[in-house]
Design a protein around this ligand. Structure first.
Ligand code: SF4
Length: 445
C-alpha cells in the first residue's frame, strides 16, 4: 500500500479527523494522491447530519466499481466518520466491496485495520462505543500550514430532537486545558497563524472536567500563546456566557465572528427542538454581542418546516433573523434523521409550504448579508490569504477577521504562493452578497 486518497464530507470535526487520517497513513509510509485510479487506499470520512448523505456515500463508493469489481481487487476502500459509527456492519450489506468500516472513536486504528483487510482478504469492521483519546494526539497532515483545527471537546450532551450527533459522537468530553494550550503553543512555533477550536458546543467546555464551563479561559489561554487568529465552532446559545463575550471583545486574537445557531425564532418550536432557550434570550445575546463588538459578523443555522411549525412560528423566525442583522445563515428545510425524536413528530409541514418559507428566509438573509458587507466598503481589513479564487487564478482569495471572503487582483508579476498564508491589509472597494472585493495596501509587519 503506497498511496491514499481521502474524501471528506460534513463538518469541521470531520475535516480535522481527515487531517489525522492523512498524518497516520503518511507515518505508515504512504503518500497522498487525488486520483482514484492511482490510490491503493480510498478513505471516506462520512457525515450523517445532512440530507441524502447516505445516498451520496453509496453513490460515490459504487462509482468506484470499475476500479474495484470485487474484494481483493483494486484499492482498499475504508468508510469512517458518522455513517461508519452509526451503521457499522450494515454498510457491508449495501456496499459489499467496502474493506474497512471504522467509527468516530477509533481513527487511530485505521492503519492496522487496513493492514488486516489486506493480509486476510476479508472486511474489517470495528466500532467502539466511546473513545479514550483525542485524535489530536495523532500525527496530522494539515491542509494549510498556517491553519490548524484543535478539538477542545468531543461529543454532545444536548440531544436536540432533530440531531443525530449525540448518537454517533457520544457524550461530551473535554480535553484538559493544559493539553489544549500545549498543542496551541506547539502549533504557533510551527508557524500556524490561525487556530480553530472545535467542539459540538464549545461554550460548555470543561463542565465534565471542572464542574463549571471554562471556555472563556480557553480563549484567554490560547491567545496567550501568541497565535494571531482564534476562531471557534460551535456555540450553543444556552451556554454563551457574559464572560465569554467579554473575552471575545477584549482579546484581539479572538476574531470578531460568531456562529450562533438560532434554529428557530418561535419559542414553541425551540421547545420542541429541546434547545433550552427562547427567542428573546437569543436576541438578548445578540444585543450584548453587538454592544461589546459593534463590528461583529454573526452567522447562524435555521431549520425551516420543523414538525408543527405554523405560519405564525415562521413569522417569528423571520422577525428574529431580521433583528439579528445576520452576515450569513445556513438554512435547511427540515428532513427527518432516523433514530431522532423529531423523525416521528407530527404534523409534518407540507414540502410546498416549507419551500415557500425557505425562499422567504433566504431572501431576508441575502438582504441582511449584503447590507452588512456594504458597511465594510471603504474600511481597511487585515486579510489572511488562502490562495487563488476557485474561479480565476489571477484573483487572490482570503478572509477578513469577520470571516468574509475577499477577492483581490493578483499584482502583476507576483506569484499567488507568496501571498498564501500571509496577513495583508486590504482596502475594501465593493461588496456583493457573499464576498468583498478590495485592493492591496501592503504587508503587515
Ligand atoms: S447541540 Fe444539538 S444540534 Fe448541536 S450537536 Fe448537540 S444535539 Fe446536535
Amino acid at each position: 500500500m503506497n498511496t491514499f486518497l481521502i474524501r471528506t464530507f460534513g463538518c469541521q470535526m470531520n475535516k480535522h479527523d481527515s487531517e489525522r487520517v492523512a498524518g497516520l497513513l503518511r507515518a505508515a509510509g504512504m503518500s497522498s494522491t487525488d486520483r482514484p485510479h492511482e490510490a491503493d487506499v480510498i478513505v471516506f470520512m462520512t457525515c450523517c447530519v445532512r440530507e441524502n448523505a447516505d445516498d451520496r456515500l453509496i453513490g460515490q463508493v459504487a462509482s468506484l466499481k470499475a476500479l474495484k469489481p470485487r474484494r481483493g481487487a483494486g484499492p482498499l476502500i475504508a468508510v469512517g466518520g458518522c455513517i461508519g459509527q452509526r451503521d457499522g456492519e450494515r454498510l457491508l450489506d449495501q456496499v459489499p466491496h467496502i474493506d474497512v468500516v471504522f467509527g468516530t472513536h477509533n481513527v487511530s486504528h485505521l492503519p492496522a485495520l487496513l493492514e488486516a483487510a489486506r493480509a486476510q482478504g476479508s472486511a474489517q469492521v470495528e466500532i467502539l462505543a466511546e473513545s479514550t483519546d483525542f485524535t489530536s494526539d495523532l500525527p496530522a497532515e494539515r491542509e494549510h500550514s498556517w491553519h490548524a483545527w484543535v478539538p477542545i471537546t468531543v461529543g454532545c450532551d444536548n440531544f436536540c430532537t432533530y440531531c443525530i450527533v449525540p448518537h454517533v459522537r457520544g457524550r461530551e468530553r473535554s480535553r484538559p486545558l493544559e493539553e489544549i494550550v500545549a498543542e496551541a503553543a506547539g502549533l504557533v512555533s510551527d508557524g500556524v497563524l490561525e487556530i480553530t477550536l472545535l467542539g459540538q458546543n464549545v461554550n460548555s467546555y470543561g463542565r465534565d472536567l471542572y464542574g463549571t464551563p471554562r471556555f472563556a479561559e480557553v480563549l484567554h489561554e490560547v491567545a496567550s500563546t501568541g497565535v494571531q487568529r482564534i476562531r471557534f465552532a460551535t456555540s450553543h446559545p444556552k451556554d454563551l456566557s457574559n464572560e465569554t463575550i467579554s473575552v471575545m471583545a477584549e482579546t484581539p486574537a479572538v476574531m470578531p465572528y460568531l456562529h450562533l445557531p438560532m434554529q428557530s425564532g418561535s419559542d414553541r418550536i425551540l421547545a420542541a427542538m429541546n434547545r433550552h432557550y427562547t427567542a428573546d434570550h437569543y436576541l438578548s445575546l445578540v444585543h450584548a454581542l453587538y454592544e461589546r463588538m459593534p463590528g461583529l459578523a454573526l452567522s447562524t443555522d435555521i431549520i425551516v418546516g420543523f414538525p408543527g411549525e405554523t405560519d405564525d412560528d415562521f413569522e417569528q423566525t423571520l422577525r428574529v433573523a431580521e433583528a439579528a442583522r445576520l452576515d450569513q445563515a445556513f438554512t435547511f428545510i427540515f428532513s427527518p434523521r432516523a433514530g431522532t425524536p423529531a423523525a416521528t413528530m407530527e404534523p409534518r409541514v407540507p414540502t410546498s409550504v416549507a419551500k415557500r418559507r425557505f425562499d422567504r428566509l433566504v431572501e431576508l438573509v441575502q438582504r441582511s448579508a449584503l447590507a452588512k458587507n456594504r458597511d465594510l466598503v471603504g474600511t481597511v481589513q487585515p486579510v489572511l490569504f488562502t490562495g487563488v479564487s476557485k474561479r480565476d487564478a489571477a484573483v487572490l482569495s482570503g478572509r477578513t477577521p469577520g470571516n468574509k471572503v475577499v477577492h483581490v487582483v493578483l499584482p502583476q508579476g507576483s506569484d499567488a504562493k507568496d501571498y498564501a498564508g500571509r496577513i495583508v491589509d486590504v482596502k475594501i472597494d465593493a461588496a456583493q452578497t457573499w464576498f468583498l472585493s478590495g485592493s492591496l495596501l501592503g504587508t503587515n509587519p
